[in-house]
Design a protein around this ligand. Structure first.
Ligand code: 13P
Length: 301
C-alpha cells in the first residue's frame, strides 16, 4: 500500500494531476487524495484547479461536473462503471415533460443527475446549498429533481415555495428507518444523531441534525458531545473515527454502504494515472448548457 501510494505521487507529479476524493471513498483512497470533501467543495476545487489532469474518485456525475466546469482539463474516473442509481431515475426527456406541465416553473436539479438533466435545468444544487438555491429563485413554484427526500427537506426549510417533486431516492439512504434512530437513542441516550437529507423525512425529523457529508463531519468535529450516530454512508464514519479519537462514532444502519462509491480502490487510482483512464467526455452542446446551471449554483453560495 505504501509503495503504491509512492507510485501514485510520482505519476501525479509527472502528469501534473490532482486527486479529488468524495467523503464516501475508501480510506485508502481518501488518504491518497489532495482534496477530500462533499460534492459542493469538490466542484469548487475542480472549477479552480491549475492542474492539467483531475482524477475524480467518486461517481460518474461528479466527474462529469468537473469536466463541465473545467473542459480543458483531462478528467479521469478511475472506475468506469461507478454510477449513481439516484441520478439514473430521471432523464432529460423527463425534465422536458415536467417543464411542459409546469411551464413557468424553474427546474432545480440535484447534482446527483446526468449532464443531460443538468442541461435541461435552470440551476443545480447539492445537499449543502439546496435550501439557499431554492430560496434564491424569484418564482414561487419550483420543479425539483431527482431526489424527493432532499426536496422534502428543502420544502420544510424555505418559506413560501411550492415544490414539484420527482420520486427518485438514494437506495442506500432509503434503508434507514425511524425505528433505527429510536433503537440507537435507547442504547446511547446522550448521542447526537446526524443524518443526510437524502434520508426519508421521518428519519430527518427524528435526528438531531441533517446536512451534507462535510456538514456532518464539521458538526461532529466541533460538538462537545462524546457520542455520534452517523446516518449517511460509512465513508464519513471512517474519516471521523480517524480524527475524533476521543469520541464514539457509530453507524446508524449497517446497510449504509454505497456499492458504487466503494468500487474505487487505491489500485484503481494508480491504474487511472498510469493509463490515463477513464477519460470523461461530455458532448459540447450539453456541456455548455449544463455549465450554466452549475455556475449559477456556485454563484449563489
Ligand atoms: P454530499 O453532497 O453531501 O457530499 O452528498 C453527495 C451524495 O451523493 C450523497 O449521497
Amino acid at each position: 500500500m505504501v509503495e503504491l501510494k509512492k507510485e501514485i505521487d510520482k505519476l501525479k507529479r509527472e502528469h501534473n494531476a490532482v486527486i479529488l476524493a468524495h467523503n464516501y471513498q475508501l480510506d485508502e483512497v481518501q488518504d491518497a487524495a489532495d482534496h477530500v470533501g462533499d460534492s459542493l467543495y469538490l466542484s469548487n476545487i475542480a472549477a479552480k484547479t491549475d492542474c492539467e489532469v483531475i482524477v475524480f474518485c467518486g461517481v460518474r456525475f461528479m466527474a462529469e461536473t468537473a469536466k463541465i466546469l473545467s473542459p480543458d482539463k483531462v478528467v479521469l474516473l478511475p472506475e468506469m462503471d461507478a454510477g449513481c442509481p439516484l441520478a439514473d431515475t430521471v432523464t432529460g426527456s423527463d425534465v422536458r415533460n415536467l417543464k411542459r406541465q409546469h411551464p413557468k416553473s424553474p427546474v432545480v436539479c440535484y447534482v446527483n443527475s446526468s449532464s443531460e438533466v443538468k442541461a435541461e435545468s435552470d440551476i443545480c444544487c447539492t445537499s449543502a446549498n439546496a435550501v439557499k438555491v431554492v430560496a434564491s429563485l424569484p418564482e414561487r413554484k419550483v420543479i425539483f429533481v431527482p431526489d424527493a427526500n432532499l426536496g422534502n427537506y428543502v420544502a420544510k426549510h424555505v418559506v413560501g415555495k411550492e415544490l414539484v417533486f420527482w420520486d427518485g431516492v438514494c437506495n442506500t439512504h432509503a434503508k434507514v428507518q425511524p425505528g433505527d434512530i429510536y433503537l440507537m437513542k435507547e442504547k446511547y441516550p446522550e448521542a447526537k444523531i446526524l443524518v443526510h437529507p437524502e434520508c426519508s423525512p421521518d428519519v430527518v425529523e427524528a435526528a438531531d441534525f441533517a446536512g451534507s457529508t462535510s456538514e456532518i463531519i464539521r458538526y461532529a468535529e466541533s460538538s462537545t458531545a462524546r457520542t455520534f450516530i452517523i446516518g449517511t454512508e460509512v465513508g464519513v464514519l471512517c474519516q471521523l473515527r480517524s480524527t475524533q479519537t476521543q469520541k464514539q462514532i457509530f453507524l446508524l444502519h449497517p446497510g449504509l454502504v454505497c456499492p458504487n462509491m466503494k468500487k474505487t480502490r487505491l489500485q484503481s487510482v494508480y491504474d487511472a494515472l498510469l493509463n490515463k483512464r477513464y477519460k470523461i467526455q461530455v458532448e459540447e452542446s450539453v456541456a455548455e448548457k449544463a455549465k450554466q446551471a452549475i455556475t449559477r449554483m456556485l454563484e449563489v453560495v
